[in-house]
Design a protein around this ligand. Sequence first.
Ligand code: TLP
Length: 342
Amino acid sequence: MKYIDLRSDTVTLPTKQMRDAIYNAQVGDDVYGEDPSINRLEEMAAQMLGKEAALFVTSGTQGNQICVMTHTQPGDEVILEEKSHIITYEVGGIGRLAGVQAKLIAGKHGIMDPADIEAAIRDEDIHLPKTSLICLENTHNRAGGTVIPLDILKSTYEIAKRHDIPVHMDGARIFNAATYLNIPVKEIAKHADSVMFCLSKGLCAPVGSVIVGTSDFIARARKFRKMLGGGMRQAGFLAAAGIVALEKMTSRLAEDHENARFLAQGLSEIPGITIDMDTVQTNIVICDISGLKMTAGEFAAKLYEKGIRVNGGSSPIVRFVTHYWIKREDVEATIEAVKSLL
Ligand code: TLP
């Protein structure tokens, strides 16, 4: 049975063009810097994001962790939004790997107020940890794919510079943010010192993410990637798909956003389901199904019987994610299937 898979955009399979590119890829040993496909992907990524250099990494998680390790020293403190991916879904990595502690700030729709960020920066005092990094998430996953407005990005970066603190952006879905704002992605990236973005989510590549920053930052990050076992040798087969992702897939994301909006509209009209439509900006729809008197797990199990996949759990919150392999008729079928549960 072919399922309508709305669990995540990570489930996207590579396109035919990606499979051809993988088959034909020129490869070499990347630990020696000799993989032409990886070198090309890194050059493209740096150029697109307006940074000096880039590094291909195994995953978004690895990319974020490497960036935190590169920016900080053990014992430092990192400012993060309280529902951010780094603090929620990276297995406590920043504590274990970078040895830093987190200072969490509650955001509105995942977006931290710059004044709250400034207030969280530690003073110079013998008792206090050093605030050595500010992390932003754009788009914000748990908040429903929300985009940080440019003026907030700009003032956050100004505060960071005034205090001489670097900014890392978890831009797993930064191309969705750029699509929403209708600006080149480098206009977002210029308000951060390092950015991680994923090739293997809405852009459909099978594996990999990229981090970008200054040449010095990337040289130091490269050593941490090696330490974490991310020196992948002939990984140009993966980079080849990543190149197609950057060339062909970044400009089509508006279609996923329209489908998400259509889905959210349809679901929000169903009694028992609540959606904050203000958060439906990109390809993620977060629904509160409390009114249906079932958990996300029960809801997911019922939808699964109808050929639709979403993630379950004990909470009443269900996330739907649209992507390349979800067409308008799949969205319509999903709305009808949810209606039929009532
Ligand atoms: N998010 C995944 C899960 O890990 C929750 C998903 O299905 O959405 N930053 C953000 C904002 C992400 O959403 C993700 C993945 C990552 C980083 C990590 O990327 P990977 O999965 O490549 O390690």
